[in-house]
Design a protein around this ligand. Structure first.
Ligand code: ZN
Length: 226
C-alpha cells in the first residue's frame, strides 16, 4: 500500500505541477494579452482623440471656408451687378459715339461745302478786283475825255463870242437852260454834287437838278468838277 501511495503521490504531484505549470503559463499569457489589449486600447483611444480633434479642426476650417464662400458669392453678385451697369453705360456711350460720328460726317460735308464756297468767293473777289481796276482805268479815260471836251467847248465858246451877236444870245440862252436842267448827283451823307461818272458816288447816287442842288447848299465836287 505504502508503495502504492508513494508511487501514486508523485504521479498526482506531477499532475498538479503540470496543471500548475499550465495555470501559471495561461495566467502569464492572459496577463500579457491583457497588457497588450490595454496598450492597444490606449493607442486606439489616443488615435480616436486625435481623430476627434482633427475632425473638429476640419469642421472649423470647413465653417471658415463656407463663410468665405458666402462672402465671395456676395462679392460675385456685386461684381455682376456693376458689370451690368457698366454694360448699360457702354451701350449708352456707343450710341453717343455713333451720334458724334454722324455729326462729324455732316461737319466734314459742311466743311467741304465751305471750302468750295470759299474758293468760289476767292474767284469772284479776284474778278471783282479786276473789274474795279477796269472801272478805274475807264473812269480815268472818261475824265480825260471830259476835260478834252471842256477845252474843246471853251475854245468853241471863244470862237462863237467872236462871231455874230445873234448866235451869242442863242449860246447864252442855251447855257442858262443847261445850267438849270443839268442833272447832277448827290450822296446821302456828303454836301457836294457830282457828275454821274464820279468815283465818289459808289455808295449812294441820288439824281437832282444842278440848280436845286445849288439852292439846297450843295457845292461842286473838286474831283469831277460838274
Ligand atoms: Zn465828284
Amino acid at each position: 500500500m505504502g508503495h502504492k501511495t508513494t508511487k501514486a503521490k508523485p504521479k498526482i504531484a506531477r499532475i498538479y505541477y503540470i496543471i500548475l505549470f499550465f495555470l501559471i503559463i495561461s495566467t502569464v499569457m492572459l496577463c500579457v494579452a491583457f497588457f497588450n489589449y490595454e496598450k492597444s486600447n490606449s493607442i486606439i483611444n489616443e488615435r480616436i482623440e486625435w481623430l476627434v480633434e482633427t475632425n473638429n479642426q476640419l469642421q472649423s476650417y470647413n465653417n471658415d471656408l463656407l463663410a468665405s464662400i458666402s462672402t465671395l458669392n456676395g462679392r460675385v453678385e456685386d461684381c455682376e451687378s456693376s458689370i451690368r451697369q457698366y454694360e448699360s453705360t457702354i451701350s449708352e456711350l456707343n450710341a453717343e459715339i455713333e451720334q458724334i460720328q454722324t455729326y462729324r460726317d455732316s461737319y466734314d460735308e459742311l466743311s467741304a461745302q465751305n471750302n468750295e464756297l470759299q474758293s468760289q468767293y476767292d474767284n469772284l473777289s479776284s474778278k471783282y478786283n479786276d473789274l474795279e481796276s477796269d472801272y478805274d482805268t475807264l473812269l480815268a479815260k472818261n475824265q480825260s475825255l471830259e476835260t478834252q471836251l471842256n477845252t474843246y467847248k471853251s475854245s468853241s465858246n471863244v470862237l462863237s463870242t467872236s462871231s455874230s451877236s445873234n448866235s451869242s444870245s442863242y449860246n447864252e440862252s442855251s447855257s442858262s437852260s443847261q445850267s438849270t436842267s443839268t442833272q447832277v448827283y448827290i450822296t446821302k451823307t456828303g454836301n457836294k454834287y457830282h457828275r454821274g461818272s464820279c468815283s465818289y458816288l459808289r455808295k449812294s447816287k441820288i439824281p437832282i437838278s444842278k440848280s436845286s442842288a445849288i439852292s439846297q447848299g450843295y457845292t461842286p465836287c473838286s474831283r469831277c468838277n460838274p
